[in-house]
Ligand binder design. Structure first.
Ligand code: NAD
Ligand code: GLY
Length: 372
């Protein structure tokens, strides 16, 4: 049974507007919603864990709506956001005779969404795709906004394309099977929206953390609020010429950590890296005299309460030294003429884009952070 459905509209131009539907139990009715997009065939791209849990529900619902279906499942985890994973999905789609007018449906977390979206952007020079996100992270962030791509051995998300989905269906009931560690990791991106520009939302998160985790109505409110915030940013700055970069608060540090831990989930998953990155961004801002130290403390306290790591010494196996971290940051997509751009904050909900940050200042900060 589907309970209440929240619809967030993303009013992009050029016929690319789409809806994000948020509600419990939406997957059961996915067939009619996807059939309304007028495709003949739908290839569901998932990972093996999510496919085992929800693959049949989705392919059955699509088949009942008269659509030809195929299911392609990759190995779970960041390792599939690779050239090899991309080849597996593209060749699978071609093998299943997915044509220009057909659809790719990404069923899974952010890894599947980014990978399937990039395959859809590339297949026959572009086919439409639907996002059915099943992790908290994917429901609040990665399924919205059209950033798709894979990692290179040189760094995160360095090969990709902007390709907007035609529809996003976020069934919050799927979060009931998400491992607690992944729920927590996704929560880092929830808190991020408050930290960027919405201090009231951050305070609401502090008050509602337990219910978001327990699966009460606050969970749907959180997902819909984040989607609304992200949709607004994406419509104003789809290609990240400006304010969209704020969504990367904490991510310059996070992407470096992911690279240095070899994208190994056993050590660090993306949302955990983001949690540490958010804390580092606030502590770095405080050190530069931009942000009150008590705000940096409040961020770290809340993320720790949420069960997330907040310091470099919490990275299992170590985070690398200051020079290794700095070197990894130089591959960030926000690097211009070799100068680092960070998202810094003047306080909770007051983040801003800070170009031209001196590498020396970052290095000294990291040395002190690593000293503890
Ligand atoms: P993920 O896709 O690896 O999913 C996490 C784990 O949870 C996987 O093992 C998966 O199998 C499992 N899982 C997912 N849904 C489940 C469910 N309902 N029940 C049981 N298990 C489930 O990781 P993620 O955290 O969802 O996404 C991280 C990725 O998203 C990173 O690659 C990151 O770069 C990307 N990302 C992209 C954007 C964007 O705008 N495109 C934004 C943020 C993050
Ligand atoms: N997650 C960052 C963005 O979509 O821009």
């Amino acid at each position: 049974m589907t309970a209440q459905i929240e619809t967030v509209h993303v009013p992009l131009d050029g016929g690319r507007a789409y809806d994000i539907l948020v509600g419990r139990g939406l997957l059961a009715g996915i067939g009619a919603r996807v059939a309304a997009l007028k495709a003949r065939a739908v290839a569901v791209v998932s990972d093996e864990t999510v496919a085992a849990e929800y693959g049949a529900t989705v392919t059955d619902a699509l088949a009942e709506a008269g659509l030809r279906t195929a299911l392609i499942a990759v190995t779970p985890g960041e390792g599939s956001k690779s050239y090899a994973g991309f080849a597996q999905v593209c060749d699978g789609l071609i093998g299943h005779r997915i044509e220009r007018g057909d659809l790719v449906l990404a069923l899974g977390g952010g890894v599947v969404g980014d990978l399937a979206g990039f395959a859809a952007a590339s297949l026959r020079r572009g086919v439409r795709f639907v996002q059915a996100p099943t992790s908290l992270l994917a429901q609040v962030d990665s399924s919205v906004g059209g950033k798709t791509g894979i990692n290179s051995p040189h760094g995160k998300n360095l090969v990709g394309a902007f390709h907007q989905p035609s529809l996003v269906i976020a069934d919050t009931a799927t979060l009931d099977t998400l491992p607690l560690r992944e729920l927590r990791a996704g929560y880092a991106e929830v808190a991020k929206y408050g930290l960027i520009d919405d201090p009231e939302f951050f305070a609401w998160c502090e008050a509602n953390l337990a219910e978001i985790y327990a699966g009460g109505p606050a969970r749907e409110t959180a997902v819909a609020s984040c989607c609304r915030a992200k949709a607004g940013v994406v419509v104003r700055d789809e290609r990240e010429d400006g304010e969209r970069a704020l969504l990367n608060l904490g991510h310059t540090f996070a992407h470096a950590l992911e690279r240095l831990t070899g994208y190994q989930a056993a050590r660090l998953v993306h949302g955990e890296a983001v949690a540490i990155g958010l804390c580092l961004a606030f502590r770095f801002s405080a050190r530069l005299g931009l942000c009150p130290g008590q705000d940096a403390g409040r961020v770290a306290n809340h993320l720790a309460l949420a069960g997330l790591p907040t310091r470099l010494d919490q990275v299992p196996g170590g985070s690398g030294d200051a020079d290794q971290l700095l070197d990894a940051m130089r591959q960030d997509k926000k690097v211009r003429d070799g100068a680092l751009t960070f998202i810094l904050a003047r306080g909770i909900g007051k983040s801003f884009i800070a170009p031209g940050i001196e590498a020396g200042a970052v290095r000294e900060f990291l040395v002190d952070e690593l000293r503890g």
